[in-house]
Each structure stands twice: as structure tokens, then as C-alpha cells.
Design a protein around this ligand. Sequence first.
Ligand SMILES: Nc1ncnc2c1ncn2[C@@H]1O[C@H](COP(=O)(O)OP(=O)(O)O)[C@@H](O)[C@H]1O
Ligand SMILES: N[C@@H](CCOP(=O)(O)O)C(=O)O
Length: 327
Amino acid sequence: MAVFTPIALSDISEWIARDFEIGTAIDIRGIHGGIENSNFFLDTERDGQKQEYVLTIFERLSAEQLPFYLEIMRHLANKGIPVPKPLANHAGAILFSLKGKPAAIVSKLPGLSRLAPEEYHCELVGKMLAKMHLAGADFQHTQANLRSLPWWQKTVPQVLPHLNTAQQGLLRDELATQADFFASADYSALPEGASHCDLFRDNVLFDPKGSSASDTQQDQLGGFFDFYFAGTDKWLFDLAVTANDWCLAENKQDLDPGRLRSLLDAYQAIRPLTKEEQASWSLMLRAAALRFWISRLWDFYLPRNAHMLTPHNPQHFENILLSRKKI
Ligand SMILES: Nc1ncnc2c1ncn2[C@@H]1O[C@H](COP(=O)(O)OP(=O)(O)O)[C@@H](O)[C@H]1O
Ligand SMILES: N[C@@H](CCOP(=O)(O)O)C(=O)O
């Protein structure tokens, strides 16, 4: 669990009662699992009914960067895509300040993560990802993915001293390959728009409808959340990030053909890939692997203070990159 900024009920009760239409705050609990922000489940009571929200204190993103993330969630939610909807106060604002940091309150989605997904789950995710891309096509705001090539180029020199010679070679070579790819005509031709850019298994919830916990074939998509790495990016990058996490084989590095087919077929049933996208797929899988290898190295070797922070394992994405280079 990472709670960088602790919040107690007494810190927010008056504010909630005064500025919102959501009744009385009755409970606030730090959430396990996240590594970027301080997240809390916030319960309120209104007219005898319990209501559930998620309160986020943003630890790294600035008040200037945040409107993009909150507005894309509002835009998608208004179009029926199951994503958290930011809550507006009486004045219509959706971005607030708490303990001197930016903060937001969003609706709590139903369900739980499926960390061992079946092909069926990959299909649900592929279909909704394509719908989300199309629903975001008329979103007016743009903001670069802040964890794309310029950030990789800035961060790689900081992590290189911590790596062995083989890892340094792999990282340098892949960065150069990706810089060439990003400068190519093929890359420029790829369609882009608002993208999640971090659609890992732990950022998707499923609402179990089956009669038992093991009856996962009845799951329905509860929603996508954690849009705080989103940006205007190539849709293919979003799909590659998703494939690299959802479609792993038993060895946890190669792609599992069945899961991958389910994801891609479902995505393409809604938005078929262009010929440039098809041609760029293997390089984009590598870009997606590199992105998370670098960020995990950065979190691992240059950690921040948090009360309970468990950095993700960088080796996992080194293995995935090596595997994607063989495709
Ligand atoms: N809108 C939401 N609805 C339901 N659960 C949520 C929501 N937002 C966050 N969570 C829960 O909080 C946990 C951490 O959130 P996450 O956004 O992944 O944190 P971080 O941005 O710090 O990585 C998630 O694993 C999930 O259980
Ligand atoms: N998904 C990324 C890290 C971001 O963490 P999240 O909890 O915000 O998804 C990774 O696995 O490296």
C-alpha cells in the first residue's frame, strides 16, 4: 500500500458537508495497491443510503496537468464508457486542494480485478478499449503521454549506473531503436487520440455475475480506472501496453496466442487496425515493454517516501522486452 499523505475523517467531514451534494462523510480508508497517488475509499451517507467514492491525492501530477485526466474521465463516463466519474462541487469544480496537494473525488466502480485472466476477459477488455478509443475521438483536450520518449530519454541516464553491462546495452539499443521508430513515417501515420496508457490487469474491474467465485465466464466489465498516466498517444501503444500485461503465457514473458487473439479480435471487431498499425505492431510491443521497464527501474532505484510502498519488479519488463525482440 502506498499512502503518501494520510487523511482522517476529521480532515474532510466539514469540507464534504459544505461543498458537495453527497451527504455526510462516514468513513475513509487508505487503499492498498497503488504506487502513484494516495487513494482512499470514501463512504458517505445520504438520506439513509450509503454512497461510495474514491478520493485521490495527487503526489506527482500538478494542478496544471490534472484537468486532462479528470476531463477525459468525465467525457468517457458521459458517453457510457465504464470509468470513474469525477464529482463536481457546488461551484462546478472537479479539482480541489487537500493538505496543500491537488485532489479529486470520483465514483467507485463495482467489482474486482482478475489477475489471472481467461481469454474471455481479454475479449471484454479488447472490445471496451476500442470503444473507449472511439468515444475519446471527439475529446477536445490534448496532453502528451508524460511517460513517452522524451521521459525515457531523460530517465535512462539516471538508471543506467545501477545496471550491469548487458542490461545497459539492451536499454541503450532499445532506446535508439525506439527513437528511430518514433521519427519514422510509419509512426506518424498511426492514428492517435486519448489513450489510457496503463491498462494493466490491476486497473480493470470485473463485476462477477456467476453463482460462485470460480464462475468467471459470467464476469461483466466493471470498468477501467487509474487514468493518471493517460495522454494523447497512438492508440496502438495503448493496445500494446494492454497486450503485454493481459496476454502473457505461463512463463510470464511470452505472449499467449489464445489470449492475444481474443484481445485483438475483439478490439478489431470495433476498430480494425490500419495497415500501418499492423506493420508497426512488433515495434510497438517493444515500446510498451521499454516504457514500463524504465519506469520500474526508476521507481526501484530512485524511490520516493511512502508509508508502505512496494515497487514493481523491473526484471519482469526486461524479460518481456527480450521476448518481444524475438517476434
Ligand atoms: N474508481 C475506483 N473504483 C473502484 N476502485 C478503485 C477506484 N480507483 C481506485 N480503486 C482501487 O484503488 C486501488 C489503487 O488505485 P490506483 O489508481 O491503481 O492507484 P495508483 O494510482 O496509486 O497506482 C486499485 O487497485 C483499486 O482497488
Ligand atoms: N502499471 C505500472 C505502474 C503503475 O502503477 P498503477 O498501480 O498506477 O497501475 C506497472 O505495473 O509498472
